[in-house]
Design a protein around this ligand. Structure first.
Ligand SMILES: Nc1nc2c(ncn2[C@@H]2O[C@H](COP(=O)(O)OP(=O)(O)OP(=O)(O)O)[C@@H](O)[C@H]2O)c(=O)[nH]1
Ligand SMILES: [Mg+2]
Length: 350
C-alpha cells in the first residue's frame, strides 16, 4: 500500500499537494501539525490513494478504519467552509471526521461548531477524544425533541391537521397513520378532507378510507368542518387532510388558518420533504407559521441524500419532530420520531 506523507506551511497547501499526487478521492489517514522552532507552522498529511488493488480492506491495516477516514474531497469542502475549525481540530482526526461528516451531510457550519464546542472540543481537549466525540453526538441528540401527537395516556379526542406544500406526502402520511393507529394502537379513526381545490383530490383519501373502513368527510367551509367534527365526535382520532399549498401562496395559507380557528382544538403538523433544499424547507416553515403547527413531520427521508437540513430546521424553530416517513408503502413506511434514529441517519447517510 502506498502511504505517503505531504508537508506544507498551510493545510490548504498540503491538501493541494495530496490532491495533485493522489487525486481528489485519496483518503487521509492522519493530519498533523509539526512544531518547528522559529520556522512557523508545518502541516503534514498522511494519505493513500483510494480504491485499486493497493487498498484492500482485508489485507491492509487501515482497512477497518476506512469509513473513519476523510477523503481529500471532504477536506477541500471543509477548507472552503470552516474558518479556523480545521486548524483547531487538525491533531484530532476523530473530531475532524465528525465535523466533516456533519458538514457534508448538510448541518450548517454554525451548528456543527456549536455541537463540538458544547462537547468541549475547542477548549484544550480535556478528556479522551472518544468521550468528546460521544459528547458531541449527545449534544446533537439533545436538540432533537420528539412528540407523539396521539399519546394514548390521556383519553381526550385528538384532532390533527396535516399541512404542507403540494406533493410533500400529506395524504399518504394520513393513510399510513390511520392504519397504524387502528391496527397497532386500536384507535377509532375518522378522516376529513379540506382539500377542496383540486377535482378528485378527495378521491385519494376516500380510497384509503374505504380500504380501512373508516368514515371520511369533506369540508369546504369552516361551517362544514365544524359539522364534520361534530359527526366524528365518537372517534378517538380525527386526521384532517388539507389542500397542498404553495408555500408562496399566503392568501390560501391564511384561508386555511381561518378555517381552523383555535377553538376547534385542531393541532397542525407541518410536513417537510427532506428531499428539498434547506432554504425551501425554511421558507415553507416560515410561511406556514400562521397555522401554529405543533410538530414537524419529515417526509421522503428515503429519497434524501443528506438529512442535515432537518437538524438546522429543528434548531431554527425549536419544535419537536413527530414522525419521519421513509417511502411510498402504505402503511409501513412511517416511523415515530426517535432522536437516536435521527442521529444515526445523520451520521450514516452517504
Ligand atoms: N419516496 C417517498 N415518497 C413518498 C413519501 N411519502 C409520500 N410519497 C410520495 O409522494 C407523492 C405525493 O404524495 P401525496 O400523499 O399525494 O402528497 P400530498 O401532500 O397529499 O399532495 P397534494 O395533495 O397534491 O398536496 C406520492 O407519490 C407518494 O407516494 C416518502 O416518505 N418517500
Ligand atoms: Mg393530498
Amino acid at each position: 500500500m502506498q502511504v505517503k506523507k505531504f508537508r506544507a506551511k498551510t493545510i490548504r497547501d498540503a491538501t493541494a499537494k495530496v490532491k495533485k499526487a493522489l487525486g481528489s478521492s485519496a483518503m487521509i489517514i492522519s493530519t498533523n501539525k509539526l512544531t518547528q522552532s522559529g520556522a512557523g507552522n508545518l502541516f503534514e498529511i498522511t494519505a493513500v490513494p483510494a480504491g485499486g488493488d493497493s487498498f484492500n480492506e482485508n489485507s491492509d491495516p487501515f482497512g477497518q478504519v476506512k469509513s473513519e477516514l476523510m477523503s481529500i474531497k471532504e477536506m477541500i469542502c471543509l477548507l472552503n467552509q470552516s474558518g479556523g475549525v480545521l486548524e483547531k481540530l487538525i491533531t484530532n482526526p476523530a473530531l475532524l471526521n465528525l465535523y466533516a461528516k456533519l458538514i457534508t451531510n448538510g448541518v450548517s457550519d454554525y451548528n456543527a461548531r456549536l455541537f463540538l464546542e458544547r462537547a468541549g472540543a475547542f477548549n484544550g481537549h480535556t478528556g479522551r477524544v472518544d468521550d468528546i466525540k460521544q459528547r458531541a453526538v449527545n449534544e446533537i441528540a439533545k436538540v432533537i425533541k420528539t412528540k407523539d401527537p396521539f399519546d394514548v395516556t390521556d383519553k381526550k379526542q385528538k384532532i390533527a391537521a396535516f399541512i404542507g406544500t403540494t406533493g410533500v406526502g400529506k395524504t399518504t402520511t394520513i393513510a399510513k397513520l390511520a392504519a397504524q393507529l387502528m391496527f397497532k394502537a386500536h384507535k377509532k379513526v375518522g378522516l376529513i378532507s379540506i382539500d377542496t381545490y383540486r377535482i378528485g383530490a378527495m378521491e385519494q383519501l376516500r380510497t384509503y378510507a374505504n380500504i380501512l373502513g373508516v368514515p371520511c368527510l369533506q369540508a369546504f367551509k369552516k361551517k362544514d368542518l365544524f359539522f364534520a367534527l361534530k359527526k366524528l365526535k365518537d372517534r378517538d382520532v380525527v386526521l384532517i387532510d388539507t389542500a397542498g399549498q404553495s408555500q408562496y401562496d399566503r392568501a390560501r395559507i391564511e384561508e386555511l388558518t381561518k378555517m381552523m380557528p383555535d377553538d376547534l382544538a385542531i393541532d397542525s403538523h407541518l410536513l417537510l420533504s427532506v428531499a428539498t433544499t434547506e432554504s425551501e424547507m425554511n421558507k415553507t416553515a416560515v410561511n406556514f407559521s400562521p397555522l401554529k403547527f405543533k410538530s414537524y413531520i419529515f417526509t421522503k427521508v428515503d429519497e434524501a441524500e443528506r438529512i442535515g437540513s432537518t437538524i438546522n430546521q429543528i434548531i431554527k424553530f425549536n419544535l419537536p419532530v413527530s414522525y419521519i416517513t421513509t417511502g411510498q408503502n402504505v402503511p409501513d413506511d412511517i416511523e415515530q420520531a426517535d432522536r437516536g434514529r435521527i442521529v444515526k441517519l445523520l451520521l450514516e447517510k452517504q
